[in-house]
Design a binder for this molecule. Structure first.
Ligand SMILES: Nc1nc2c(ncn2[C@@H]2O[C@H](COP(=O)(O)OP(=O)(O)O)[C@@H](O)[C@H]2O)c(=O)[nH]1
Ligand SMILES: [Mg+2]
Length: 279
């Protein structure tokens, strides 16, 4: 048996979290069409007869403009120390740019695999030219994949298993995520908020959930302005109600879920608030 840690890095929105979910085979990290969805390291665990891979999802490295952004960048950089393999993800539909190379340089020296993702959305020629464009990033292998369709994911996983050292289980075989139930609920609430809100609202939202003794879960939604609170609640509470129903369906088991919205002015610009919210 082999086992090890595989950190997934790249620019925002290239599909790191989608790829992690595809490799694990179940959803453990939230996804959205907005950049900076992932705010901290998320672990997803794949256990097979021939080994176990612990995937670490990371926030996309970007030019940070807030305390939250700096925190996210640091979290991504930290995730690569001491890992067995770094998977650098680039987007098949966007030109490979200085941003991708800058990210690659941050992880120079680590055993690296480069993945060109979203191949379902790019022509064959485009995918080939993307592979050629990343060929100068020193890596052990280059894989074209689609996290959306699953194309190319199995050969990638098999290759990664071959790159980690011999060893036993790092997590119990039946465990596929490291987040607590409450953390997962909070993430699902935020994922839905990212999907149904626009403009600056998605970036202003933080969520935090706690369980009470009767098994019900209370999730606090923190926004930065009163006007955002109104948007998140919706007319007659319609937006909140929709989020609640959607999340309860996703959880897959019956849970009493209470949502509350609070305003914390400019929280993402203040280090101590960012830390208090758990980022
Ligand atoms: N067409 C296509 N879209 C994808 C694929 N993987 C991810 N996406 C989309 O790209 C966006 C960003 O995905 P996400 O996993 O959150 O990216 P991250 O910020 O790098 O973690 C979402 O809208 C995804 O649905 C893929 O293989 N094909
Ligand atoms: Mg992500």
């Amino acid at each position: 048996m082999r086992s090890g840690f595989v950190t997934v890095v790249g620019r925002p929105n290239v599909g790191k979290s989608s790829l992690l979910n595809a490799m694990v085979g179940t959803k453990v990290s939230i996804v959205s069409d907005k950049p900076q969805t992932t705010r901290r390291q998320v672990r997803g665990i794949l256990t097979r007869d021939d080994g176990q891979l612990v995937f670490v999802d990371t926030p996309g490295l970007h030019k940070a403009e807030t305390a939250l952004g700096e925190r996210c960048n640091q979290s991504a950089l930290d995730a690569a120390s001491g890992v067995d393999v770094v998977v650098l993800v680039v987007d098949a539909t966007k030109p490979v740019g200085t941003g991708d190379r800058w990210v690659a340089a941050r992880f120079a020296g680590a055993p690296m695999v480069v993945v060109v993702n979203k191949c379902d959305a790019a022509s064959r020629e485009r995918t080939l030219s993307q592979l050629a464009a990343v060929a100068d990033v020193p890596a052990a292998a280059y894989f074209p994949v689609s996290a959306a369709t699953g194309d190319g994911v199995e050969p990638l996983v098999a290759h990664l298993l071959g790159m980690v050292p011999e060893g036993g289980l790092l997590y119990p075989a039946e465990q596929s995520a490291d987040a607590s139930f409450e953390q997962w609920i909070a993430e699902l609430v935020r994922e839905r908020l990212l999907a149904v809100t626009r403009d600056e609202v998605p970036y202003s939202v933080a969520t935090r959930a706690t369980s009470s003794e009767d098994g019900s879960v209370r999730c606090e939604i923190v926004v930065e302005r009163e006007s955002q609170k109104g948007i998140v609640i919706g007319r007659g509470g319609s937006v909140l109600k929709g989020i609640r129903n959607h999340v309860r369906r996703q959880v897959g088991r019956s849970v009493a879920l209470e949502l509350a919205v609070t305003v914390d002015p400019g929280w993402q610009h203040r280090v101590e608030r960012v830390e208090r919210l758990g980022y």
